[in-house]
Unconditional design. Structure first.
Ligand code: NAD
Length: 380
């Protein structure tokens, strides 16, 4: 009875807030700023490349028809700083991350909403956004299959020694012994999945077919039924680190996971193990990883996430041994771009019409970090 009363009060408050938003925003010309990656020549002939600046997530007509101003930037520094004080809504993307620091948030006095075109809003200072009453939302689930497929690709490419073999072919060489000496089957190996949320679980279902020993660590344990369906066994972090032949990281970047794979953890991994990270570059310590590969403690590392992004030409991960690093693109396949572009439009439609943003998309709302993926790390 008490809970129902509280829920009703909450609903009433939310609907008042929606009415208020409607009155404030419905009849105002809003300035919406999007910072997206440059599409260059590729964008010209490819309207499906929705995530680039030129195609602006397909939003231009929709926003301008409704009387709003859309400014699209590729410059994440001075141009962004120039526009921020007059911006009402900011659209960012993990694939070309504008780092929205506390200082930037304090300079953005009109800012009410920050949207992430994709999944992962760690490039935004979430505590600072909460303190300023800014809503932050991302398009939850939009690219999770895209990333899970890439994780499987990276695992196979590493353990089958694919990249050196392909390179030999390009170089005109034919040394089978050199390649086969470092090529393995995936079958029978122990794979550790860290973070079994939307991506991690999809990684498990895809890997299950390879007849492996699948361990997982998550900050809360899955139900017995989930564990059975996914074919995974819960294992404390230290044990998973020490037992796995291959580890895949699928957690958000939070104050807790920032630098989680430090020198100690990397060197506790099995000698000759592989690490795949499509979550965020900052979860792994940059120099400790280079050392672990150079000393031959790890046999290989792959993924698509770096810090910072884009990776500078002298980023040490570009030149470390036995890596399979690529640009940050696993979650921005053409299919994923369509899904997150649709999601951004849906958020804007709701916001501009004074309606609540889909609860699943909310990261920061009403002065709090509300997303279960992040909130535990922002308590207190
Ligand atoms: P999710 O919230 O569904 O799952 C994350 C899981 O990690 C949750 O189960 C959560 O409980 C767990 N977790 C959080 N902190 C943890 C910790 N300290 N230790 C163990 N487990 C922890 O999110 P998702 O959709 O699976 O995405 C995960 C992350 O992947 C995103 O936050 C983003 O950083 C990254 N991502 C990358 C790409 C890409 O293109 N490379 C695309 C999408 C997402």
């Amino acid at each position: 009875m008490g809970k129902r009363f509280v829920d009703c009060e909450h609903m009433h408050f939310n609907s008042l807030r929606e009415d208020l938003n409607y009155i404030i925003y419905k009849h105002r010309r809003l300035k919406i700023v999007a910072i997206l990656y440059p599409g260059g020549k590729t964008a010209k002939n490819n309207p499906d490349l929705l995530g680039c600046a030129e195609n602006a997530l397909g939003l231009r007509d929709f926003l301008e028809r409704n009387g709003h101003e859309l400014v699209v930037l590729t410059d994440k520094e001075s141009e962004l700083d120039r526009h921020l004080p007059s911006t009402d809504v900011l659209i960012t993307t993990p694939f070309w991350p504008a780092y929205i620091t506390k200082e930037r948030i304090s300079n953005a006095s009109k800012l009410r909403l920050i949207l992430t075109a994709g999944v992962g809003s760690d490039h935004i200072d979430l505590a600072a956004a909460a303190a300023k009453g800014i809503t932050v939302a991302e398009i939850t689930g939009s690219n999770v299959v895209s990333v899970a497929e890439q994780v499987v690709m990276h695992i196979l490419a590493l353990i089958r020694n694919y990249i050196p073999a392909y390179k030999q072919v390009l170089d005109g060489r034919w040394d089978i012994a050199e390649i086969a000496a470092k090529a393995h089957d995936l079958e029978g190996k122990t794979v550790g999945v860290i973070g079994t949320g939307r991506i991690g679980q999809r990684v498990c279902t895809r890997l299950k077919a390879f007849d492996i020993n699948l361990l997982y660590y998550n900050n809360f344990r899955l139900s017995t039924v989930e564990e059975f369906v996914l074919g995974v066994r819960y294992t404390p972090l230290e044990e998973l680190i020490e037992k796995s032949d291959i580890i895949t990281i699928n957690t958000p970047l939070t104050p807790e996971t920032d630098g989680m794979f430090n020198r100690d953890l990397l060197f506790r991994m099995k000698k000759g193990a592989y690490l795949v990270n499509t979550a965020r570059g900052k979860i792994v310590n940059t120099n400790a990883l280079v050392e672990a590969l150079e000393k031959g403690h790890l046999a290989g590392y792959a993924g698509d996430v770096w810090y910072p992004e884009p990776a500078p030409v002298d980023h040490p991960w570009r030149h470390m041994p036995n890596h399979g690093m690529v640009h940050h693109y696993s979650g921005t396949t053409l299919e994923a771009q369509k899904r997150y572009a649709d999601g951004i439009k849906n958020c804007l439609l709701n916001f501009l019409n004074g309606r609540a943003i889909d609860r699943d998309y909310l990261i920061v709302d009403d002065g709090k970090v509300v997303s279960p993926s992040y909130s535990y790390a922002f308590k207190g």
